[in-house]
Design a protein around this ligand. Structure first.
Ligand SMILES: C[S@@+](CC[C@H](N)C(=O)[O-])C[C@H]1O[C@@H](n2cnc3c(N)ncnc32)[C@H](O)[C@@H]1O
Ligand code: SF4
Length: 349
């Protein structure tokens, strides 16, 4: 059996210092290694040319960079690219590259599948398989051809980031630390259904933007759409957020998929205004990407515009999120589900 090597990608500076120390290398090599990883973004330890040949060989005995290219990509007519990665366990995850004028956003996954089982979500339908390691989270950013064009990262791919918070926080540290990518936290948004412990810890330990998936201002209806509401209600989430100061650089937004005949009337807009009163935030209205076997439909653009205008006129700034890559299975979880299905069919034929 081939030796399994430990990936360096996804290790923090202090972890690399521990490795360097353990291998008996001089302390300064830790900074050199993180620079090769996160600044120069090399694909081989052999490329770390300011490390002595002996130290590179020593490192290579047990470690590797750990970057793996996507196995599949789908390009939309609008420039959006969906990438499919395969993890060492043979699971599939998706990332979506979304170019838009002077911005280039990558939507990354944090888990394989998801435990939250939201009614409208294809990833939820897959169930939960695994949580991604920091290596697997960062690899989505490291291994795409557009990596040097990226201006923003959103954790809005497969999975619930607060259900894998250690790995997500470690990735955020590497993306924002001076020794790492040195990105401003303002370029990164983490989206969540809201899990109590995760929310509190994220607010404490990170400065990145927060997006909360809201979808209904009424707890009973939100519970129908999003079972996570049972454990941590939107009213409690908002209570915690009210005690936090979002007036500085950090942005708080709420995601709201507008479903036809479900949550698109002015009654809902009025309730949202009540719920969010006094909070420094915005609402992103999202068009529903239809998924199979779910009796939900997206609302029409006219109702969406009226909903947006009502909210904005009543002091809750609302925008309509442009729907991208509709021709390439844009709803997260669709491509990996198709791949899983194709493999199952192969096995049974
Ligand atoms: C896939 S989730 C991942 C992050 C996190 N688990 C969450 O729910 O916020 C990212 C966003 O996509 C939304 N979403 C899920 N399925 C969707 C669909 N079929 N159409 C449009 N948006 C969807 C979610 O509600 C959420 O706001
Ligand atoms: S919307 Fe988010 S939390 Fe809900 S099932 Fe999908 S990935 Fe999980």
């Amino acid at each position: 059996m081939a030796d399994v090597k430990i990936p360096l990608l996804g290790k923090t500076l202090s972890e690399i210092q521990g490795i360097v120390h353990g291998l008996g290398m001089p302390g300064f090599t830790a900074k050199q290694i993180v620079a090769w990883l996160y600044d120069k973004k090399v694909f081989s330890i052999d490329d770390m040319t300011n490390l002595s040949l002996k130290n590179r060989e020593r490192l290579k005995e047990n470690y590797e960079i750990g970057a793996t290219a996507p196995i599949h990509e789908m390009r939309s007519v609008d420039g959006t690219v969906k990438y499919l990665f395969c993890t060492p366990e043979g699971d599939y995850i998706e990332s979506v590259y979304i170019p838009d004028e002077d911005r280039a956003t990558l939507c990354v996954s944090s888990q394989v599948g998801c435990k939250m089982n939201c009614k409208f979500c294809m990833t939820g339908k897959q169930g939960y398989t695994n949580s991604l390691t920091p290596t697997q989270i960062l690899n989505q950013i490291y291994s795409i051809p557009e990596r040097d064009k990226l201006t923003n990262i959103v954790f809005m791919g497969m999975g619930e980031p607060f259900d894998n918070l250690d790995a997500v926080l470690r990735s955020l540290e590497i993306l924002t630390a001076d020794y790492g990518y040195a990105w401003s936290p303002k370029r990164i948004t983490v989206s969540t259904v809201g899990l109590r412990k995760g929310l509190e810890r994220f607010l404490e330990e990170s400065d990145c933007h927060l997006a909360v998936s809201l979808h209904s201002p009424f707890p009973a209806q939100r519970r129908e759409l999003m079972p996570a509401e049972k454990a941590f209600s939107i009213t409690e989430i908002i209570d915690i957020l009210r005690h936090y100061d979002f007036s500085k650089q950090r942005r708080l937004s709420f995601e709201y998929i507008v479903f036809k005949g479900v949550n698109d009337s002015m009654l809902y807009a009025k309730e949202l205004i009540k719920l969010l009163r006094g909070l420094d935030c915005r609402i992103n209205l999202i068009r529903f990407h239809a998924i199979p076997n779910v009796d939900l439909e997206g609302t029409d653009m006219e109702s969406m515009l009226a909903f947006r205008d009502y909210l904005t006129q009543h002091g809750v700034f609302a925008t309509i999120r442009a729907s991208r890559g509709e021709d390439i299975f844009a709803a997260c979880g669709m491509l990996s589900t198709a791949k899983r299905q194709a493999e199952k069919n192969k096995e049974t034929n």
